[in-house]
Design a protein around this ligand. Structure first.
Ligand SMILES: [Zn+2]
Ligand SMILES: [Zn+2]
Length: 294
């Protein structure tokens, strides 16, 4: 699989000279499967550019939503394939509240908040709330395992495995929240154990707390610890705070490298940046997954 980042920012888009290096668009990650088919993780403002690429294809597009917060759905009206006649778009939400979440996705296109109404779109939307794992296994030959996020309003993480290579997408997750846990730390370690690539919410520094405790995001330091305890291959820090400048993220990267020197895992740790591409492949004869980042 090839993972490409189109939006890496959390909470709200943050364009400008201070964020030009890592990017200002909100959450959207593209996974190109070995079949050439596509998975799209979340529909933040980054999905606009991705849509221009996917509009060149005619295969069904599979969109997996983590949850319905604004920064994860607001790019959807600008996603070019929704304007293509009969283009099949499967929208998956693996939440109890999946139907309400999908309503939110389309309610933003009600004629008052956006000029084009969802009901007038010529594409063929197929919304799915249940049985995601079975359906994607049958249609795409991948294994998807979900896990409940610790986040106000709820949400879901996805672990995707294709031919032995694994990527986990865990955004908007608070590892140590003041509210009732959906998944405790040990459960996260088990769920993520040995994944090749972990994309995890790393929005806050210690300076952002305590007043943002309970807002649904993790400390950078906690995420490094989790990646180490779960022995992941590559940690990708994601959902950067809109106020985190490029210079500050460069500092985080320096701290990452220091951390790696004294820990066995993760083997590599990077701050997600728009345009970053990670290619994952499992050697046919077994052995470690090959990971190339550029
Ligand atoms: Zn978010
Ligand atoms: Zn959220």
């Amino acid at each position: 699989m090839i993972i490409t980042f189109y939006g890496v920012r959390g909470s709200t888009a943050a364009p400008g000279p201070q964020t030009a290096k890592y990017g200002g668009n909100t959450s959207c990650v593209h996974i190109e499967l070995e079949s050439g088919n596509d998975l799209v993780l979340d529909a933040g403002t980054g999905i606009r550019l991705l849509g221009k690429q996917l509009a060149k294809k005619s295969t069904p597009t599979n969109i997996l939503l983590s949850h319905g917060h604004w920064d994860h759905i607001q790019g959807y009206p600008f996603f070019e394939p929704i304007y293509q006649p009969d283009r099949v778009i499967n929208v998956y939400v693996h939440l109890e509240s999946g139907r309400q979440l999908l309503d939110k996705l389309f309610q933003q296109m009600d004629g008052t908040r956006f000029p084009v109404k969802a009901e007038d779109l010529p594409s063929n939307h197929i919304s799915k709330f249940k049985g995601i794992e079975k359906e994607l296994h049958e249609s795409e030959g991948i294994n998807v395992v979900k896990q409940a996020l610790n986040h106000p309003g709820g949400g879901v993480a996805y672990k995707i495995e294709e031919n032995g290579a694994t990527c986990a997408y865990v955004t908007d997750n608070e590892l140590d929240p003041p509210y009732a846990l959906s998944t405790n730390y040990d459960e996260w370690v088990n769920y993520l154990h040995g994944v090749d690539v972990l994309i995890h919410d790393a929005q806050y520094t210690e300076d952002d707390l305590p007043h943002k405790h309970g807002w649904g995001h993790s400390l950078i330091s906690q995420v490094r610890q989790l990646a180490s305890d779960a022995e992941v291959g590559t940690l990708v820090m994601f959902h950067h705070d809109p106020d985190r400048s490029d210079a500050e993220l460069d500092e985080v990267q320096i701290e990452n490298e220091k951390y790696l020197k004294s820990h066995r895992a993760p083997a590599r740790s990077v701050c997600a940046a728009e345009g970053m591409r990670i290619q994952l492949s499992k050697p046919l004869l077994g052995g470690d997954t090959l990971i190339e980042i550029n």
